[in-house]
Design a protein. Structure first.
Length: 271
């Protein structure tokens, strides 16, 4: 997805080659060795990662550490010929971007970016760093931008991961987020909220700088939102129908029992 963003938005005209390298490499490395349990679980369960990183973005810090462990291997070190100062810049840039993918920081990063958007300056380093953070965030959670036949299987995988975590949290007596509880959430309700309140606002903000994003990435999000809202309407209608069916069945059963009792009582009176 980052490669697509680079070419769609012409980022090579806005960023240096080093920045493009940072964007691409951070995108590749941003979820390395993910254990399948989010930061909330890590912190509440006091896992090794949470202890190691003092409850501060334990997963994202771990992804960074694993990335540079791999990149330090001679056969994997794509930065081996880059001077020390250049490597420091790349390393710091990658760390900044990967840590930005912690969704606990989403509101903070979005608010900062919206503030800069009023007078965005491509020559301002702080502005450009925020733009890179927003770009990797878009790529990180961009599944619904892709065609339905590609995106939906990954939604199923994500929900199953959430359900496995919530099951474990219940068994360990830990707090459970409603959006991860298999007894409280459906695919439609989970995706509608995420698309409407996280994805669309973020991509709309990016569209102000790069209008070409609207047709290629924002339009699919609108369509995905509409599709899940229709799915929710169908789900709700089916649930309502099931309630009525259960009610009718229950009423018919009760009437049948009443008739049986009446017959037995009549037979008793005759005897």
């Amino acid at each position: 997805m980052m490669y697509s963003m680079v070419w769609l938005c012409g980022l090579q005209e806005k960023f240096s080659q080093t920045d493009i390298l940072i964007l691409m490499t951070a995108a590749i490395c941003h979820d390395l060795d993910h254990p399948g349990y989010n930061n909330t679980y890590q912190i509440n369960a006091r896992t090794e990662l949470a202890v190691r990183y003092n409850d501060i973005s334990p997963l994202e810090n771990h992804h960074c550490a694993v990335a540079f462990q791999i990149l330090s291997e001679p056969e994997c070190n794509i930065f081996s010929n880059i001077p020390s100062d250049g490597f420091k810049q790349i390393r710091q840039g990658m760390i900044t971007l990967i840590l930005a993918t912690d969704m606990a920081r989403h509101a903070e990063i979005m608010d900062s970016f919206k503030e800069k958007m009023e007078n965005f300056d491509y020559s301002n380093e702080e502005h450009m760093t925020l733009l890179k953070m927003i770009l990797i965030k878009c790529c990180d959670i961009s599944n619904e931008v892709r065609p339905m036949e590609v995106a939906e299987p990954w939604v199923d995988c994500l929900l199953e991961e959430y359900f496995m975590q919530s099951d474990r949290e219940k068994s360990e007596g830990l707090p459970v987020a409603p959006f991860m509880d298999r007894d409280k959430v459906t695919k439609a309700t989970a995706q509608i909220g995420f698309i409407k309140f996280v994805l669309i606002p973020m991509f709309e903000t990016v569209t102000k700088l790069f209008p070409m994003v609207e047709e290629i990435m924002l339009q699919p999000l609108w369509e995905s939102r509409d599709r899940y809202e229709e799915l929710k309407r169908i789900d709700d209608a089916m649930k309502e129908l099931q309630k009525k069916t259960d009610s009718l069945t229950s009423g018919a059963t009760e009437k049948s029992r009443d008739r049986s009792r009446d017959v037995k009582n009549s037979e008793g009176d005759c005897a």
